[in-house]
Design a protein around this ligand. Structure first.
Ligand SMILES: [Zn+2]
Length: 204
């Protein structure tokens, strides 16, 4: 789990990051008889639990680096949810690490809504280019779906939604991807709820 802001990460080399993940000598290991797989883990509970434990043990350090209040560690190769990146910059940064892991790796484009002017064709062409010309293996546009308990309508909304855009009722439920799959947000643990609130909204 990487807990550094992206501007700090940009100064790290592949070697340093590979050492963090224990894959520094990956190519050498691959020649050995014993094979192994490296997977990215969702760690919905662990990312919160480890942070709670570290807050007790290392509160001074975490306050110094400015992440004491953050209730979780950001998963896997993902950049911090508040990092000031465009969707393209986030994809291009994270895709560099996809080839290091055999499974479980995912890049989220959070809360992007629908493409500008409803131009799905251009978006599809862009995604095809990504698949052809980058190392990205698995990516997803992870929108927030708002469901109204009153009028029973659903729509793509924002994390700040407080009432149904159709009938104005406040009895709404939000659904989003906790990691790789969609869940009711109100059922998430404190760490993931904190992450949900911190997730930037991207434009496509
Ligand atoms: Zn409604």
């Amino acid at each position: 789990m990487i807990r550094k802001k992206v501007d700090e990460l940009n100064n790290w080399t592949y070697k340093e990051l590979a050492e963090i993940y224990g894959i520094y000598d990956y190519k050498a290991y691959d020649k050995e008889i014993t094979r192994f797989s490296l997977i990215g883990s969702p760690a919905e509970s662990a990312s919160e639990r480890f942070k709670k434990l570290d807050n007790k043990l290392y509160d001074d350090i975490l306050k110094e680096v400015g992440i004491y209040e953050k209730k979780y560690y950001t998963n896997s190769i993902m950049v911090d949810e508040e990092s000031p990146l465009t969707a393209h910059e986030k994809i291009m940064y994270e895709q560099q690490f996809h080839s290091y892991l055999n499974a479980g790796i995912i890049t989220h484009i959070w809360n992007a809504g629908i493409p500008k002017n409803g131009d799905y064709r251009s978006l599809a062409e862009y995604f095809i280019k990504l698949c052809k010309h980058t190392d990205i293996r698995y990516f997803t546009v992870s929108n927030i779906i708002v469901y109204c308990e009153e009028c029973k309508k659903s729509y793509i909304g924002s994390k700040n939604e407080t009432k149904c855009k159709y009938c104005g009722n406040e009895d709404i439920e939000m659904y989003s991807k906790i990691t790789g799959y969609t869940q009711r947000v109100s059922g998430w643990n404190d760490g993931k709820l904190c992450e949900f609130k911190r997730r930037n909204e991207f434009k496509l």
